[in-house]
Design a protein around this ligand. Structure first.
Ligand code: 5AD
Ligand code: FES
Length: 359
């Protein structure tokens, strides 16, 4: 192991410091000893801060219409080859009920940016799901502050709005017609309104550097996010980035592990994108800092059309199949399926019972 690597790992682990140079060094962890040391520390901090429970957040992808043109995403409005669908409110509620009956304590409502669902329509859906005693997470992109406020009053607990990249110049290249400042304004509003806010980034974007990835982690620390979704870029054939290579899975694991060290309280999902690039990707992520999995609750007939990137897992499985699969996966890792919503833990002290990690 390089001396500078050991020193950086000690510093970042000791005080959860936010030193960018240290983070960059950790992101260069070499296969073998360095990666193992990094993953061991990430797993140890995961145990101390969020324990052995794994939270299952059931996701309903209720519309694949999107008014945006993000250059990496298969749902881009420019993709005319994609069949579009919208679930009506009754269908969304039926899917949510299925998730509640499977024991999921959080229902995530996700869609492209689709103004067909007005503030009022979504508020009504949120209020209905809240009656079943579960947490509700919204992930529907940039909307007005008034709409965010309406949904919060309807009972929405959390909001996911990935910043995608902390490099404003790269952000504007990838998001025609969108603005980095607006993104930050939305994240600020959501925090002000009392949402547990989740953000996240993509690893392996064109031109992205290790410094950019360090900035992603530092930005999420500064925002005090409760959740950070970190996934590799996967090229989609109907986007302008179709020839750009997929992000490195190993680099994605390193970003995940370093995020656990820098933002130890955060809920970190083992993302579907990681599971898409490798059959045991989610297991690996769960052993390298992650503590959340997001099973799909979207009715089967719509699933293939929610094609953010190609090759997404669980296209054929029924919600019950994924439930069983994940239970087995989690138990196989010696972990436990959480039986409570797993709300934000920011500011919580590490668990006293567990001993601090050694070397
Ligand atoms: N590869 C990986 N992740 C992607 N996303 C969108 N397109 C891709 C892609 N091609 C991610 C974005 C978005 C989330 C819903 O999916 O981070 O926020
Ligand atoms: Fe869907 Fe494993 S999570 S089959």
């Amino acid at each position: 192991m390089r001396r500078e690597f050991i020193a950086a790992l000690e510093r970042v682990t000791a005080d959860r410091g936010a030193d960018k140079e240290d983070i960059v060094v950790l992101l260069t962890a070499q296969p073998g000893g360095e990666e193992e040391a990094l993953y061991r520390q990430a797993d140890a901090l995961r145990v101390r801060y969020v324990g052995d429970e794994v939270h299952l957040r059931g996701v309903i992808e209720f519309s694949n219409y999107c008014r945006r043109r993000c250059r990496y995403c298969g749902l881009t409005a420019d993709n005319h080859a994609l069949p579009r669908y919208r679930m009506d409110p009754e269908e969304i509620l039926a899917a949510a009920r299925r998730g509640v009956d499977l024991g999921y304590k959080t229902i995530v409502l996700q869609s492209g940016e689709d103004p067909w669902y007005t503030g009022e329509v979504l508020a009504e859906i949120v209020a209905c799901i809240k009656e079943w005693g579960v947490a509700v997470t919204l992930c529907v992109g940039e909307r007005t502050r008034e709409e965010y406020e309406l949904w919060r009053r309807a009972g929405a607990d959390r909001y996911l709005l990935k910043h995608e990249t902390a490099n404003p110049e790269l952000y504007s290249r990838l998001h025609p017609g969108m603005s980095w400042d607006k993104r930050m304004a939305c994240l600020r509003w959501l925090k002000e309104l009392g949402y547990q806010v989740g953000s996240g980034n993509i690893v392996g974007l064109p031109g992205q550097t290790l410094e950019d990835l360090a900035d992603d982690i530092l930005l999420m620390r500064e925002l005090e996010v409760e959740m950070a979704g970190i996934g590799p870029f996967i090229p989609h054939p109907h986007t302008t980035l179709r020839t750009h290579p997929a992000g490195s899975l190993d680099l994605t694991y390193r970003v995940l592990a370093v995020t656990r060290l820098v933002i130890p309280w955060a809920h970190l999902p083992a993302t579907t994108a990681v599971g898409t690039l490798s059959p045991n990707g989610r297991q690996m992520a769960l052993q390298r800092g992650a503590n959340v999995v997001m099973p799909n609750l979207t009715p089967k007939k719509y699933r293939a059309a929610y094609q953010i990137y190609p090759g997404k897992i669980c296209l054929e499985e029924a919600p019950e199949d994924c439930r069983r699969c994940l239970e087995g996966m989690i138990r196989g890792l010696g972990r436990i399926v959480a039986t409570h919503p797993g709300h934000g833990l920011k500011g919580r002290r590490p668990c006293r019972r567990a001993a601090p990690a050694e070397g």
